[in-house]
Design a protein around this ligand. Structure first.
Ligand SMILES: Nc1ncnc2c1ncn2[C@@H]1O[C@H](COP(=O)(O)OP(=O)(O)OP(=O)(O)O)[C@@H](O)[C@H]1O
Ligand SMILES: [Mg+2]
Length: 390
């Protein structure tokens, strides 16, 4: 059925290599989300799975059979694009029927499949309209319907919701999740949206520059990122990164002096750090608590959303500069580069909170929520074992 296996897969366009040694297994019925910066190869990988691009080397199996030489139609895959790609001169019904008619399905079977897909997606009232007479959300539902009627073994979605407004995105996201629950067909879904990735995926695949950085459940990737890139890429606002130096390391515990002078306790892989070693510390905005003693945080400004507040500021006496090149580039992030004496720190607080700009708070990371990274390899130094923290 819809299990997928990619083995040592490489893809080049002429002299330019865009995918490197991709190894990936997707179980039948899984919902897998691909994320990664623009240009990292997400669409190319989808198109390879669909059979719209050939592979330069490596293997691709669907349901246990080698499909490298099979055409898109023979692979039993349906793809939904960001641009709905509907035929403008055909009615919705005809758009849904067209692919099946080409495959010489009987009319009764086509009608049955259209009726079922239309019911599932609530597009029955629009079946006789042309695409231009539909809203963006309705058009995207027709595009999904066109995939459903083919009863594929794998659905591929390439940023299907990015042309929709916020409310429609939420609604269509829920519809796709419900669809997956009902039909339990393998789905591979590309998105730039953090919430889509975290809420829809059984498994997230993080790509960077044509390589897989990490594969795991949303919470595994969020709580135990393998490296600085994954840590910075997932989570919004992104993880704060501080420079520090190991003061003391014993077994799986380390005391780390951060550049502001405070000392933080962190779990690490036994033997992975030694006293005196420079490290990078990652703390997510939501994982700070106000404390009696700890890191002195100066508020520059805040953004209150009513139910939650983001505090933007810096650590007092913070001398060392954060190294922006070490962090993943994410288009949705604000520019956090700075020329001042300290890195910007973002702290998330529940509820409405309105500190005066310039006010000084003392904050500490929650226990077990300090991620430690090696500045040279960028690898997380506490990869296994703990549920929280990295
Ligand atoms: N037909 C092509 N010929 C040459 N280079 C290509 C071709 N298609 C894609 N590329 C290159 O391959 C790389 C990966 O492109 P791809 O479209 O897969 O990225 P992506 O991760 O989907 O990006 P985005 O998030 O912007 O959609 C890019 O550097 C792109 O310029
Ligand atoms: Mg793309």
């Amino acid at each position: 059925m819809g299990a997928l296996k990619l083995t040592a897969l490489n893809k080049s366009f002429g002299a330019v290599a865009v995918l490197h040694d991709i190894q990936l297994e997707i179980a039948d019925g899984e919902f897998v989300v691909f994320v990664g910066p623009s240009g990292c190869g997400k669409s190319t990988l989808l198109r390879i799975i669909a059979g719209l691009e050939d592979i330069t080397s490596g293997g691709i199996e669907i349901g246990g059979r080698d499909v490298a030489a099979l055409s898109p139609a023979e692979r039993k895959i349906a793809m939904v694009f960001q641009s709905y790609a509907l035929y403008p001169h055909m009615s919705v019904r005809k758009n849904l029927a067209f692919g099946l008619e080409n495959l010489r399905f009987k009319k009764a079977e086509i009608d049955k499949r259209i009726a079922e897909a239309a019911r599932m997606l609530a597009i029955e009232p629009y079946l006789d309209r042309k695409p231009r007479q539909l809203s963006g959300g309705q058009r995207q539902r027709v595009a999904i319907g066109r995939a459903i009627v083919r009863e594929p073994e794998i659905f591929l979605f390439d940023e299907p919701l990015s042309n929709l407004d916020a409310a429609l995105r939420v609604q269509t996201r829920a519809e796709i999740t419900r669809l997956h629950r009902n039909i339990k067909t393998t789905m591979i879904y590309v998105t730039h949206d953090q919430v889509e990735a975290m809420t829809m995926a059984d498994k997230i695949v993080v790509l960077r520059a044509g390589r897989i950085e990490q594969v795991g459940t949303p919470l595994e990737l969020f709580d135990r990122p393998r490296n600085l890139f994954v840590a910075g890429f997932l989570g919004s606002p992104r993880m704060n990164i501080l420079t520090g130096r190991v003061e003391e390391a014993r077994g799986g515990e380390a005391l780390i002096r951060v550049a502001s002078g405070a000392v933080l306790a962190a779990k690490v892989d036994p033997g992975s750090v030694a006293a005196g070693q420079p490290v990078l510390i990652g703390i997510r905005p939501a994982h700070f608590v106000l404390a009696q003693a700890g890191l002195p945080f100066i508020v520059d400004y805040y953004e209150s959303l009513g139910t939650e507040t983001y505090l933007y500021g810096h650590l007092e006496h913070f001398q060392e500069k954060r190294e922006p090149a070490l962090l993943a580039e994410r288009p949705q992030d604000k520019d956090t580069s700075h020329s001042g004496k300290s890195a910007q720190i973002i702290i998330h607080r529940p509820g409405h909170f309105a500190p005066e700009p310039g006010s000084r708070l003392t904050v500490m990371p929650e226990a077990g929520r300090v991620h430690v990274f090696d500045p040279a390899s960028e690898l997380c130094l506490s990869s296994g074992g703990t549920v929280h923290g990295c």
